[in-house]
Design a protein around this ligand. Structure first.
Ligand code: CA
Ligand code: CA
Length: 203
């Protein structure tokens, strides 16, 4: 009986030490661009240059000028409090010390059917792309306690000073717990554009 109890305890404890993670990549090699857009961002596929890997990248430009447009490029669903999600992408910025520059950031979502839903910022890496050309930006998020969250949305942000300022994104990688669902832009969800007015009206 003593042996059986110990064995049972071992089985209960093991999964906590065997947390498994999955890693997926996305390189904009298909016809899709983004899951959703916030603000005045305009996504397109780049077929010539700059492309970091493969034969296509995501082009993202601001028009009209205003705010900080976000390309929402990945949706990680089925997360629990305390889970960690790591994401990175390469961004092409050839303007050192001046606009446009990029950042990797994220926000929460509360609605599984709406990739444009916004349920508060999740923060991100405050470092801007430096302007050396292709450069990898990355960050790791720890999911907070709000059980209503239906996922974490990863953003490619453009900070620009002129209309049509453009950045390119490629070779994105996401690592999340095995139980999570990683949704890339190539899933059939509607492209949704959110404005500050939409977000404010939701509260
Ligand atoms: Ca690519
Ligand atoms: Ca720059």
């Amino acid at each position: 009986m003593k042996f059986v109890l110990s064995f049972g305890t071992l089985l209960l404890v093991l999964p906590a030490f065997a947390l498994a993670f999955q890693t997926e990549t996305y390189g904009w090699e298909e016809t899709s661009t983004v899951l959703a857009i916030y603000g005045n961002g305009n996504p397109d596929l780049e077929y010539t240059s700059p492309v970091y890997a493969g034969s296509q990248s995501l082009e993202f430009y601001e028009s009209p000028l205003g705010g900080t447009p976000q390309a929402i490029v990945c949706w990680i669903q089925n997360l629990d409090e305390g889970d960690t999600v790591a994401a990175s992408f390469y961004v092409y910025d050839d303007t050192p010390g001046s606009s446009p520059s990029g950042r990797i950031w994220a926000h929460y979502n509360v609605n599984y059917s709406d990739p444009g839903n916004y349920d508060g910022s999740a923060g991100g890496n405050s470092t801007y792309s430096s302007g050396i050309g292709w450069e990898q930006l990355s960050y790791e998020w720890t999911i907070d306690a709000d059980s209503l969250h239906a996922g974490l949305m990863i953003e490619g942000r453009i900070y620009s000073s002129s209309e049509f300022d453009t950045l390119w994104f490629d070779q994105m990688e996401v690592t999340a717990p095995d139980g999570a669902t990683i949704v890339w832009p190539n899933v059939p969800v509607a492209l949704v554009r959110r404005t500050w007015a939409d977000i404010k009206s939701a509260f």
